[in-house]
Design a protein around this ligand. Sequence first.
Ligand SMILES: NC(=O)c1ccc[n+]([C@@H]2O[C@H](COP(=O)([O-])OP(=O)(O)OC[C@H]3O[C@@H](n4cnc5c(N)ncnc54)[C@H](OP(=O)(O)O)[C@@H]3O)[C@@H](O)[C@H]2O)c1
Length: 276
Amino acid sequence: MAKRQLQDKVVIITGASSGIGRATALALARERARLVVVARRRELLDQLVTEVRSRGGSAIALVLDLRLRENVETMIAGTLGQFGRIDVLINNAGFGYYGSVENTPQPVVREIFDLNFEAPLLAAQLVIPIMRAQGGGHIVNISSVAGKRGLPFSGIYCATKFALNGLSEALRLEVRNDNIDVTIVNPAGTESEFGKNIRRGDVTLPFKPIGYIQPAEDVAESIVSCLKSPKVEIYPYRKSRLFAWLNVLAPSLLDRIMLRVVRDRLQARRAPAARQ
Ligand SMILES: NC(=O)c1ccc[n+]([C@@H]2O[C@H](COP(=O)([O-])OP(=O)(O)OC[C@H]3O[C@@H](n4cnc5c(N)ncnc54)[C@H](OP(=O)(O)O)[C@@H]3O)[C@@H](O)[C@H]2O)c1
């Protein structure tokens, strides 16, 4: 099948002020897509818009906190008002939480689900009728390998990504006949501000991603290539697919491997109790 052209496609990218979202915007500037870049930090979005335009692309910024439902509505209505169509929605904004399941406070659970799960859900619900009316579209949900296997002290974050994956699998069948593609993107650890911005709970050691760390530009290239030739699910770091498979085939073996990898974190949490 011929690859899709992205020139003049209207693409919303949430969480575009840094990391994967920013890299994806710059990669799409090269394709001459019309971008709507969304996040809270105005200055970074303005810089991005300037950079996109200097590369010959086109972009507008929407400064919105997507934890709030009305702001997700504003994002979709604002884009439609400006361009009259929405071809691609990339649900990328998200943050992590580093703490035990046992001690995660309920407000943190609410907040992380608001951004990582409910914002993509509402954005998809609002964009589907628009895409259906225009004859098709593409929804891309940035999940994680942490949405395929639970990681210790990231349990609540993993839960948001598992939820996003389940939603995406159901949705892609529901909108299949409307010519709307739904893609799950499962990055491995990625160079970005994710570690700096992670909310910290009851873990005293610094946050350390598990395994290989890929450049955000690699994730962006995978996303662009999947917009041209849609796939149901991609792993920008290909070997991490094996990690997901191993968890399906032999979860206790993976438990044993991971226990070794995170031994220092587990011991650091046990230490205060052992001293009592
Ligand atoms: N880095 C990794 O290792 C990794 C691995 C797998 C998956 N992921 C996923 O990739 C996605 C992008 O993360 P990243 O690694 O690129 O991290 P990042 O550099 O921290 O980017 C997160 C983006 O989300 C935006 N954001 C945060 N809170 C927001 C809010 N309330 N409203 C609107 N925007 C908000 C941030 O912008 P503002 O602060 O300006 O709002 C920023 O642009 C996330 O969904 C993350 O879960 C990351």
